[in-house]
Design a protein around this ligand. Structure first.
Ligand code: HEM
Length: 401
C-alpha cells in the first residue's frame, strides 16, 4: 500500500516539476488513438459557461498525436500537458507502476465525478423519499383500515408456528439488517443531517463506528440469510392458492375476508423472495466493497445484459463493458445502496404487519405459538395440514396458559 502510494506521489511530483519529462512520450505515453481528445481553449471556455462539452475523437480523424497537439492550448512540443492529463483522466495513458494491481495505474478517474453526483444527488433524494413515503403510506393504511383483528376472537388454544431455531435465524436476520440499515444510512446521510446538527467531530465518530459495525455485522446477515433460505424455501414455492389470495388482496382491505393459505401466503412469499434475492444481491456487492478490486462483477454482468439486449428493451444504450477498477467499485456502491433502499422499504412494511398492523402476528416470532383462531383465519390450509398430522402425533395443539 505504502509502496503504491509512494509510486503515485513520485510520479505526480516528477510530472509537476519537470516539464521536459511531462512532455516526453517515454514517461507516460500520450493517449492512444481511439479515445484521444485534447482540450482546446474553446472546450475550456464552453465548460466554464456550464455547457456540456462533447469529447471529440480527434485521433480518429487521422492525425498523429503531434498534429493533434499543434494549435491547442499551450502546446510547445510534440505532446502537451493537456494531452497527457486527458490520457490520465480517461484511462488511455500507458502507465507502469512498480507495485499494485490494475487499480494502481489509475491516477485520475473521470467516472468518479459521475458517481459522486449520483451518490450525493438522486441516491440520497429518491432513497430518502422512498423510505419516508413508505412510512407515510403505512400510516395512512393504519388510519383507514386500523389494526387487523382476529375476526372470530381468540380461541385460547395455541399452535406452534416456528421452532426456536427458526426464530433464532429470523431475529439474527432482523437484528443484523436493522443495524446494517441504520449504519448505512448514517454513512450516506451523516454529512447532510448529523454534521450540521452535532458538528464534524460527532459525525466523524459516528461514521467511523458505523463503518466498523456495518463491515462486521454483514457476516451475521449473510449467515442468517442462508439459514432462513434453507428453513423456509420449501414453503415459499408459489402454488395455485397464491392466485386466489392475490385476487382477494389477501383480505387485508376488508373485514371477515380470509382467503385460504398454506404456511406462507402469497404476500409473505413475496417478502421471502425479496429478502433472498435483494439480500443476496446486497451481500454480493457488499463483499465486493469489503474486498476492494478483488471481486469486480459489473463489466461481466453488463456484457451478459447487453448480449440479451436488455438495455435496448428499456430504451438505453448498451452498458459499458470496459470498466476501470474504480468504476467497478462505484457501480457496486450504487447498486448496493439502491437495492438496500428497496429492501428497507419492503421490510418497513413487513415490520408493520408483523407487529402493530395485525393482532396475533407477533407471537409467531415471539413465543413461536400462535392463537388457533388467528392461524385458521390467516393460514387455514396450513392448520388443516398440521391437524391432520397431529392425529398421528397428538399434543400439537396445547391449551394456552
Ligand atoms: C422488528 C422487526 C421485525 C418484526 C416485528 C418481524 C416480525 C415477523 C413475524 C411476526 C413473522 C412471522 C409471520 C407469520 O407468522 O406468518 C416474520 C416473518 C418473516 N420475517 Fe420478520 N420481522 C421483523 C424484521 C424482519 C427483517 C429485518 C427481515 C429481513 C431482513 C425479516 C424477514 C422475515 C421473513 C423472510 C419472514 C418469513 C416471511 C414472512 O412471514 O413474511 N423480518 N417476521
Amino acid at each position: 500500500m505504502l509502496t503504491r502510494l509512494m509510486a503515485v506521489v513520485t510520479l505526480i511530483a516528477l510530472l509537476g516539476t519537470n516539464p521536459a519529462l511531462a512532455q516526453s512520450e517515454g514517461a507516460v505515453d500520450a493517449p492512444d488513438a481511439p479515445a484521444s481528445d485534447a482540450t482546446t481553449l474553446e472546450d475550456i471556455l464552453a465548460r466554464q459557461r456550464g455547457e456540456d462539452v462533447e469529447r471529440t475523437n480527434r485521433a480518429a480523424e487521422g492525425s498523429s498525436a503531434e498534429e493533434q497537439a499543434r494549435g491547442m492550448l499551450g502546446t510547445l512540443g510534440g505532446a502537451s500537458d493537456s494531452l497527457l492529463w486527458e490520457g490520465l483522466r480517461f484511462g488511455t495513458a500507458d502507465i507502469t507502476t512498480q507495485a499494485g494491481g490494475p487499480a494502481a495505474t489509475v491516477l485520475v478517474q473521470d467516472g468518479g465525478m459521475l458517481w459522486v453526483g449520483w451518490r450525493e444527488g438522486p441516491l440520497r433524494t429518491y432513497g430518502g423519499y422512498l423510505l419516508l413515503g413508505t412510512i407515510g403510506l403505512l400510516a395512512l393504511f393504519y388510519l383507514i383500515r386500523g389494526r387487523i383483528r382476529i375476526d372470530g376472537g381468540k380461541a385460547g388454544t395455541t399452535i406452534e408456528r416456528f421452532k426456536p431455531v427458526e426464530r433464532f435465524a429470523h431475529w439474527l436476520l432482523a437484528g443484523s439488517f436493522i443495524l446494517l440499515g441504520i449504519t448505512g444510512l448514517i454513512t450516506l446521510f451523516g454529512r447532510v443531517f448529523i454534521q450540521p446538527l452535532l458538528g464534524k467531530e460527532v459525525n466523524a465518530w459516528l461514521a467511523l463506528g458505523s463503518k466498523w459495525i456495518h463491515n462486521n455485522v454483514s457476516w451475521a446477515f449473510m449467515l442468517a440469510l442462508v439459514m432462513v433460505f434453507v428453513f423456509w424455501v420449501i414453503h415459499n414455492i408459489p402454488n395455485r392458492t397464491d392466485i386466489g389470495w392475490m385476487l382477494k388482496g389477501g383480505g387485508l382491505f376488508s373485514k371477515n375476508s380470509h382467503p385460504p393459505a398454506k404456511k406462507f401466503n402469497a404476500g409473505q412469499k413475496m417478502i421471502f423472495w425479496s429478502v433472498i434475492l435483494l439480500g443476496g444481491s446486497i451481500s454480493l456487492t457488499g463483499l465486493s466493497l469489503l474486498f476492494p478490486f478483488e471481486m469486480p462483477m459489473f463489466a461481466a454482468t453488463f456484457e451478459k445484459l447487453n448480449a440479451f439486449g436488455i438495455p435496448g428493451l428499456i430504451g438505453m444504450e448498451p452498458f459499458p463493458t470496459v470498466l476501470a477498477p474504480h468504476e467497478e467499485m462505484q457501480y457496486a456502491q450504487l447498486w448496493h445502496a439502491i437495492v438496500s433502499f428497496v429492501l428497507m422499504a419492503i421490510i418497513i412494511a413487513h415490520i408493520y404487519i408483523g407487529s402493530l398492523g395485525m393482532e396475533g402476528a407477533y407471537d409467531a416470532m415471539g413465543s413461536g405459538q400462535v392463537d388457533l383462531q388467528w392461524a385458521k383465519e390467516h393460514h387455514s390450509l396450513w392448520v388443516e395440514e398440521k391437524q391432520a398430522k397431529a392425529q398421528s402425533a397428538p399434543a400439537d395443539a396445547t391449551p394456552a396458559e
